[in-house]
Design a binder for this molecule. Structure first.
Ligand code: PLP
Length: 459
């Protein structure tokens, strides 16, 4: 009989051999919570403790855990045809998925380039942009404008267009050909500046940057509809439409990074058009595409761009020499098709739209109740608590608070059965979209208690 592995041994293997993402290599020993079971919005650790999965995996397990329909689809596809080279062949799930996605995206965004994750979807978008302008003989158009606090991935290229400075402290990125514009967080504006004025300042900054570089050298602007891991920063009203207009004015492509906001997080398949009223040239997607059950990403390109390329050179070869062994992987495509089918059958988008006002009200109420919270912001089923250290605190306590607010809240919540994602002085959360009103209440009741504990500690 096969013996169950000893959990202490598993933990020691994890600590000794598994270098986790964003791991502090200087910490004496890593002690990751060993998750052994899952169901609905809940995770269970090796001690049998039950947690609400506040971050929904990593903004990805949109349909929650224990979806046997997806598991069965994955198993069936593995038996039928687990892999087929996308260089020389295609498979039914990949072809069906590309068509299905074309019906869910806005306007003429109909060409799907499959990738392995969000980072490679962004890499492929940037490479496609360069390819596009090279085909059009506009070879000087190379510069990508990105934003401070943006996050687009962890490959060399996608990390280079990411604007979280702390992440670049020990890692090199490409500086050449990438230009950043400043943080759009409306909370950074002065008391005298209205949100509308703030929006105009940021839009003008984009235009000024384009003019400084020279529009003939700028290829694309890349932006998340909502800056997710930058702290759930919601742009001022009209920002995306206005930046889109600037891009159109100077023949610059707009890449909308919907890796987090796609697939229902804001109550729509994609947020660019439905929530923010603009149609980008390229959308990048991943995470919720397969509900996190298996890795897959997609770079979705407009027909307009594809036609421009085709018309650019008479019958000469236009090789888009970019791709991955696992582009359009049939097992991942089958999981994505099943995810979309469940979302349609269970009316998940409608559920998110219905439940969002309650989620956002509980979030805002929490912010109003606790003095140690500077801002409780969110949109759809995305939320963030940002800490505020009382001026009356001594210097040491203020520093501790500002650096550790996120992890202190996270620890206090974890004790009470809720997982969060701490980011310095913030905590972000994005629970599975299937969360019910009762579960939202449970989540915010725990959060309320956790904030109270941290608040008391600093009194
Ligand atoms: C907006 C955004 N883009 C891209 C990525 C990169 O995705 P992945 O981790 O799947 O490579 C992430 C990851 O969190 C993200 O939040």
């Amino acid at each position: 009989m096969k013996m169950a592995p000893d959990i202490d041994m598993i933990k020691s293997f994890d600590s000794s051999y598994f270098l986790h993402p964003w791991q502090d290599c200087n910490s004496e020993s890593s002690d990751y919570n060993m998750i052994v079971r899952s169901e609905g919005i809940y995770l269970f650790d090796a001690n049998g403790k039950k947690y609400i999965d506040g971050p929904g995996g990593m903004w990805c397990v949109n349909l929650g855990y224990g979806r046997t329909e997806i598991a069965k689809e994955i198993a069936a596809q593995c038996e039928k045809i687990p892999y087929s080279s996308p260089w020389f062949s295609s498979t039914e799930p990949a072809a069906l998925l590309s068509h299905k996605l074309s019906t869910l995206t806005p306007s003429d965004l109909n060409t799907v380039f499959f990738t392995t994750c969000g980072s490679t979807a962004l890499d492929s978008a940037i490479r496609f942009v360069h390819f596009y302008f090279n085909c059009l003989n506009q070879n000087d158009k190379k510069v990508i404008i990105a934003r401070e606090k943006g996050y687009h991935g962890s490959t060399l290229l996608s990390s280079s267009i990411s604007g979280k400075e702390r992440d670049k402290r020990y890692l090199d990125t490409i500086g050449n050909g990438i230009k950043f514009i400043s943080d759009i967080n409306p909370n950074l504006r002065s008391l005298e500046t209205s949100e509308k004025e703030w929006c105009n300042i940021k839009v003008l900054e984009l235009e000024k940057t384009i003019l400084e570089i020279g529009p003939e050298k700028v290829a694309a602007f890349v932006a998340e509809p909502v800056l997710a891991s930058g702290g759930v920063i919601i742009p001022p009203e009209g920002y995306h439409q206005l930046t889109w207009e600037i891009c159109k004015k100077y023949n610059i492509l707009y890449i909308s990074d919907e890796v987090v906001t796609g697939f229902g997080r804001l109550g729509h398949w994609f947020a660019s058009e439905k929530v923010f009223n603009f149609i980008p040239d390229i959308i990048t997607s991943a995470k919720g595409l397969t509900s996190g059950y298996i890795p897959m990403g997609a770079t979705i390109i407009s027909d307009t761009l594809m036609t421009d390329i085709k018309e650019s050179k008479n019958n000469s070869e236009l090789l888009f020499a970019n791709g991955f062994t696992y582009s359009g992987h049939p097992v991942a495509a089958a999981a994505a098709l099943k995810t979309i089918e469940i979302m349609e059958n269970e009316e998940i988008l409608q559920h998110v739209q219905k439940i969002t006002p309650h989620f956002q009200k509980r979030l805002k109420d929490l912010g109003k109740k606790h003095k140690c919270i500077r801002d409780a912001r969110g949109i759809g089923l995305l939320g963030c608590l940002e800490g505020y250290s009382d001026e009356k605190l001594n210097e040491e306590d203020r520093l501790a608070f500002d650096h550790h607010f996120g992890s202190l809240i996270d620890k206090a919540a974890e004790k009470r059965g809720l997982l969060l994602r701490p980011i310095i002085n913030m905590c972000v959360f994005s629970p599975p979209l299937i969360i019910t009103k009762t579960e939202i209440d449970l989540m915010f009741d725990i959060l309320d208690d956790a904030v109270l504990e941290v608040e008391k500690h600093f009194q």
